[in-house]
Design a protein around this ligand. Structure first.
Ligand code: IMP
Ligand code: MG
Length: 175
């Protein structure tokens, strides 16, 4: 736990941007019910803050996936370790993620969820690392921040399961 962490986005900056994105989402769905799907565990802090700011009849569900990959890039071979509790058929679905890196995890997940016939399915992410993208069919509708290709922690994002609870978004400095 003696890594040095440099703050990239402060608690206040994140809160302000999450509120802004929630207002855009509220406007876009125009009073219609919205079904948020939080991707555990990284998406949990963002989902909670976002949900509190969205002014729509809102339902929530949670899904957990693990992605196998060699080294630091995920492979796109994804295992659903916790599936949704409720069907999504006929619903306007918004997937909420912590970060989109290669896009492999989301590309797979969107295909799986589309087969369950939602009315619509869109993607909202706290962070996007576009430089790392290998799956360009992943279209992100709502992005809070675009970040450089560095390893990010905090606000749900972990390094070996640690640092998720940092209230800000930071980068581990190379010692
Ligand atoms: P992808 O399949 O490569 O897009 O991987 C996405 C997942 O990898 C995210 O949901 C995170 O759990 C994890 N991930 C990617 N980049 C980072 C990072 O910089 N910090 C922490 N986790 C990351
Ligand atoms: Mg994740």
């Amino acid at each position: 736990m003696d890594d040095k962490i440099r703050i990239l986005l402060s608690e206040e900056e994140v809160a302000a941007r999450v509120k802004e994105i929630a207002e855009v989402i509220s406007r876009d769905y125009d009073g219609k019910p919205l079904h948020l799907i939080c991707i555990l565990k990284g998406g949990v802090f963002f989902t909670c803050e976002l949900a509190k700011r969205i002014n729509l009849p809102l339902t929530m569900d949670f899904m957990s996936v693990s992605s196998y990959g060699a080294g630091t890039v995920t492979s796109g071979i994804v295992k659903i370790t916790k599936d949704l509790d409720d069907p999504i058929e006929g619903k306007d679905v918004l997937i909420v993620e912590d970060i989109i890196d290669s896009g492999n995890t989301l590309a797979y997940l969107i295909e799986v969820l589309k087969q369950r016939n939602p009315k619509s399915i869109e993607l909202c992410t706290l962070l996007d690392k576009p430089e790392r993208r290998v799956k360009d069919q992943v279209k992100v509708k709502y992005t809070c921040f675009t970040v450089p290709d560095q390893f990010i922690v905090g606000y749900g994002l972990d390094y070996d399961q640690i640092y998720r609870n940092l209230p800000y978004i930071g980068v581990i400095e190379q010692q």
